[in-house]
Design a protein around this ligand. Sequence first.
Ligand code: NAD
Length: 355
Amino acid sequence: MKKILLLPGDGIGPEVIAQAKKVLEHLRAEHGLNIELEEALIGGAAYDDCKDPLPQTTLALAKQSDAVLLGAVGGPKYESIERELRPEKGLLRIRAELDLFANLRPAILYPSLAEASSLKPELVADLDIMIVRELTGGIYFGEPRGIRTSSDGIKQGFNTLVYDENEISRIAHVAFRIAQKRSGKLCSVDKANVLEVSELWRDVVEAVHTEYKNVSLSHMYVDNAAMQLVREPNQFDVVLTGNLFGDILSDAAAMLTGSIGMLPSASLDSQDKGMYEPIHGSAPDIAGKNLANPLATILSIAMMLRFSLNEIELAKKVEDAVKRTIEKGLRTADIAAGEQAIGTNEMGDAVIKAL
Ligand code: NAD
């Protein structure tokens, strides 16, 4: 029996997690998935409850689980509270506490949604990129950091970009293993022409490459990678990069596929225990209106089945059910492009019907 913790969070989080829960319950009842589901608070919802965006009880449950499924956190209501207590801090903390250093973000284009892409359909046809982003290091965590005032009274903000060779090596191994299972092509993205950190990054990735001779490795500067991603995205298969560059490039890649509401993600530790979440945020503009697209969250279940629960066949079933639902013409408002749209609940039901 595998334990799965559901963390709905804020905004549209509870709405999309409700659909995911229905799908998981269906898989348990009809497809033999042996799971136990629990639910806990995170983000703004947890702050409202106990003034902590990651309560000890939630963290303890997450540590005991085999996998965690998160909706989204944050919202305008929490923007003025102290930085340490903001919902997003809860998310950064749980990633760090569970040592989820490998963030996997696929950008896949469903042929029937090609028109929703911001690029010409012929440029994004069959797009299937996997971005592997380092998640617990780099400039988002580096110390020292802060805002200080110099002796002449000028305010200065500062952060530290730091990676050690072990952090680079373990994320590189993850990326090479994934590349082996796909087309055997890996592109490592850095800024080695300017940053010493990137120089080390390149050396370590090259060293790890000697253990994966059947993968072809290339390197690209991040500014060029951003350009190539919108010029000719199909040249990429697996992309390996650090926390900051990965944050930006994976959002750009997401847009190539048409909707942020379609893309799942996985964050894994060294034992493939993971937290799975849609890449979108809490979308306060549409929260509580049955408008959110739940497919990114449902596709996150497929990633969970594949990477943490070793249920490859069920993962394919879920992905296939989503594909067939889209092919039938069913659309939430974000991907409707003028067509008739259905709501969050109805989309969840449609996927279960397709399953
Ligand atoms: P967002 O992803 O919440 O929304 C961006 C736009 O995409 C909005 O117009 C929204 O309506 C739309 N959108 C997002 N998800 C959708 C879905 N499933 N279906 C249909 N439309 C969808 O990003 P934002 O507006 O920059 O941030 C809102 C809040 O979310 C902020 O508080 C931010 O900090 C937080 N956030 C959280 C996460 C997370 O929990 N992982 C990630 C990003 C942002």
